[in-house]
Design a protein around this ligand. Structure first.
Ligand SMILES: Cc1ncc(COP(=O)(O)O)c(C=O)c1O
Length: 384
């Protein structure tokens, strides 16, 4: 593990040291239940309130609009099921995209199967982009919910959130975005974007696993996902994961200090460096995604004639952690649903693509070493 090089930050990230320190402090010293009346409880409640304020301020929303959750999957499920079940009298039509994370796609399938909702899974083009025109054509009077991700977790592509938010301003449909791959890298103001619900997860931006939040616009009607205690404005019953929440808060504070998002510049430089090396070695590759419409932390490459499942193992043996598509798909034999949506079922990219995702701690030297390994891989595969 010591010498292993981690390039799978879109799957999860290491916890920042300052975050782990503050979490240990909460776990051992401020362990009270925020609902308890005594001083332990009051102290815990204050930490919870402060964390909520930090998150709310960072997204320029009200404290009451932040619901702490167990992460992205819960946020997506809660938002989609909560809105669909609450608003079904107004219509049973939902819109999403074919390239969402399974936390959204399978939730939509559940609503279709169990409750008779009708769902449009919008297609994307060969670069993985969603056309606003395609969205407009799918929108109907009886659409009650639109769920479109902010950034795709396999390609890094940005989706047209602002444009969709604009179109939906005069429409009954609630707008949810899965911003799990965007929070931590982009400054987001849900109100300006016309977003009603936004889900985020701390472990994607150097916070702990098992904690996240759902932004829910004030006044938005929504069926709670969990029933029990009165926590989180009665929208999310259950004793709060205070250490996780304080860890999430700390990481947001750290990220807010980097206003110019230097990390994005660094990741762009990593992309350029890696591709330059591949070009110099005349490796045949194609980018899965759109260079002009993506975040630079994710680089999804189709390496011609390089079997991705074998490449993943060979790279792992050499100490490089990368992935084929999303983390959930990597233990899976199925082809990436994102690449399938982009190219169709028969395209070689489905079996020859690797996702490299940069994060805190990666260096130029590590990127150069990875590029060299990719060059070796592409040559060996040709010879085999
Ligand atoms: C876009 C997207 N949405 C949702 C999730 C699920 O988040 P979590 O792991 O916090 O449940 C992920 C994680 O891979 C993701 O990338």
């Amino acid at each position: 593990m010591k010498d292993a090089i981690y390039f799978d930050h879109a799957a999860t990230t290491p916890v920042n040291l300052l975050v782990s320190q503050i979490m240990t402090e909460v776990l051992t010293q401020n362990f009270g239940n925020p609902s308890s009346i005594h001083q332990f409880g009051r102290r815990a409640h204050k930490l919870l309130t402060d964390a909520r304020s930090t998150v709310a301020e960072s997204f320029q929303v009200k404290n009451s609009e932040i619901i702490f959750t167990s992460g992205g999957t819960e946020g997506d499920n809660a938002a989609i099921i909560g809105v669909a079940l609450r608003n079904q009298a107004k219509g049973k039509h939902l819109i999403t995209t074919a390239i969402e994370h399974p936390a959204v796609l399978l939730t939509m399938k559940y609503l279709e199967k169990q409750f008779g909702f009708e769902v449009n899974y919008l297609p994307v083009d060969k670069k993985g982009n969603l056309s606003v025109e395609v969205f407009k054509q799918a929108l109907r009077e009886d659409t009650i919910l639109v769920s479109v991700m902010f950034v795709n977790n396999e390609t890094g592509n940005l989706l047209p959130i602002q444009e969709i938010g604009e179109i939906l301003r005069d429409h009954q449909a609630v707008f949810h975005t899965d911003a799990v791959q965007a929070v931590g890298l982009l400054q987001i103001n849900p109100r300006e974007l016309g977003v009603d619900l936004l889900s985020a997860s701390a472990h994607k931006f150097n916070g702990p696993k098992g904690v996240g939040f759902l932004y829910k616009k004030a006044g938005l009607s929504f069926m709670p996902f969990f029933y029990g205690g009165k926590q989180e404005g009665r929208f999310r019953a259950g004793t709060e994961n205070l250490a996780g929440i304080v860890g999430l808060q700390k990481m947001i504070e750290i990220l807010n200090q980097d206003e110019k998002k230097q990390c994005l510049k660094t990741y762009q430089a990593f992309c350029n460096l890696l591709l330059k090396r591949l070009d110099e070695a005349k490796v045949k590759y194609y980018l899965n995604g759109d260079f002009n419409n993506k975040l630079p932390n994710i680089l999804n490459l189709h390496l011609e004639n390089v079997a991705s499942n074998l490449a993943l193992i060979k790279l792992d043996l050499k100490g490089f952690a990368i992935s084929i598509g999303s983390a959930c798909a990597s233990g899976d034999v199925n082809d990436s649903h994102v690449l399938t949506a982009m190219y169709g079922k028969e395209h070689p990219a489905l079996k020859e693509s690797l996702r490299i995702s940069f994060g805190e701690g990666n260096t130029k030297k590590q990127v150069e070493r990875l590029a060299d390994e990719l060059i070796v891989l592409s040559r060996t595969n040709k010879e085999e």
